[in-house]
Design a protein around this ligand. Structure first.
Ligand code: HEM
Length: 281
């Protein structure tokens, strides 16, 4: 099954041109959905206005060299290793989902556009499996509605389109490929055709629902993470106070009433929000 390129057998029924056209339409839907999303939520406008506000509150100018190094560190940390997630399980699940999706989509496009490398079908299956593991783990156990708010796993809201269409696409793709490797043919009115149809419905939902789903976060989040680092570097800090060490003499000189309220050696109390997991339902 892992060596099976499911699009090879499919080309007996659906021409390669149609498959290639489908991929191009999906790419256009993603680009269009992202642009409409930005216009609708005015997120680009908010982003640039916020960046201007930060510039006005900046305590120092960040040089171009520093900006390049912030961009490199954003890619190396937030993008490649999903470092924004403090919860390790959520981070691992995001890494599986993200890299699974990238492998699955890239290998699909390469196979449909005629690349015959033997490794591609294997990457396609491995990507789909990674997507399923990360996606189902998130869906059943990790997401905040279920883990912290006591909602049932089957409670669906519009914001779930992204994650649900991700794992259903991968699941139906795997079942379709399995049935095909057992001799099933698309077009024979059997279960192979059914799972191929379900795969196409899920996949089209994933790429056509960008305007209503969380799909576009994969483009916005890196920009937001870079901007956040810039506000720390230029001292504007989104108008938030600095991280003070209350026991330091320098900080006590700046805020002379600290010893009066907290003693000369105040203990570090940490981030209140991290003190216990939020699951009081
Ligand atoms: C192939 C690309 C990606 C996929 C498939 C993916 C998948 C996901 C999924 C399924 C969620 C949970 C959504 C939900 O709550 O329903 C999520 C959340 C998140 N992703 Fe990604 N992601 C991708 C790329 C990225 C990138 C590049 C970044 C950051 C640089 C990022 C940062 C985040 C963050 C911070 C959250 C949590 C915040 C939130 O729930 O809105 N993701 N991602």
């Amino acid at each position: 099954m892992f060596a099976n390129n499911p699009f090879d057998a499919l080309s007996a029924l659906i021409s390669t041109d149609v498959m290639q056209m489908y991929i191009i339409v999906m790419a256009i839907l993603v680009a269009g959905g992202t642009i409409l999303d930005m216009m609708h939520k005015k997120s680009a406008q908010y982003f640039f206005e916020n960046a201007e506000k930060a510039k006005a509150n900046a305590k120092r100018t960040v040089s171009t060299g520093e900006k390049i190094s912030l961009a490199v560190s954003t890619v190396a940390s937030e993008v490649i290793t999903s470092s924004e997630f403090c919860n390790t399980k959520r981070r691992i699940s995001h890494l599986l989902t993200m890299y699974g999706f990238i492998l699955f989509v890239a290998s699909t496009a390469l196979m449909i556009f005629g690349n015959k490398a033997e490794i591609l079908p294997q990457l396609w299956h491995i990507g789909a499996i990674m997507l399923c593991v990360g996606g189902y783990w998130f869906w059943f156990f990790i997401r905040v509605d279920v883990n912290s708010e006591g909602a049932k796993w089957y409670k669906l809201v519009r914001a779930d389109i992204f994650i649900v269409s991700l794992f259903t696409t991968a699941t139906f793709a795997l079942i379709w490929s399995y049935l095909q490797s057992k001799g099933g043919v698309v077009g024979d009115m059997g279960s192979t055709t059914l799972f191929f149809a379900l795969f196409i419905v899920s996949n089209t939902t994933l790429f056509a629902s960008v305007l209503w789903s969380k799909f576009a976060h994969m483009f916005f989040k890196p920009a937001a993470a870079f901007q956040k680092k810039t506000t720390v570097a230029d001292g504007s800090r989104e108008n938030l106070p600095g991280d003070f060490d209350l026991a330091s003499a320098e900080v006590q000189a700046k805020f002379p009433d600290i010893p009066e309220y907290m003693g000369k050696n105040p203990e570090y109390m940490g981030h209140g929000i991290r003190r216990e997991p939020p699951n009081h339902y």
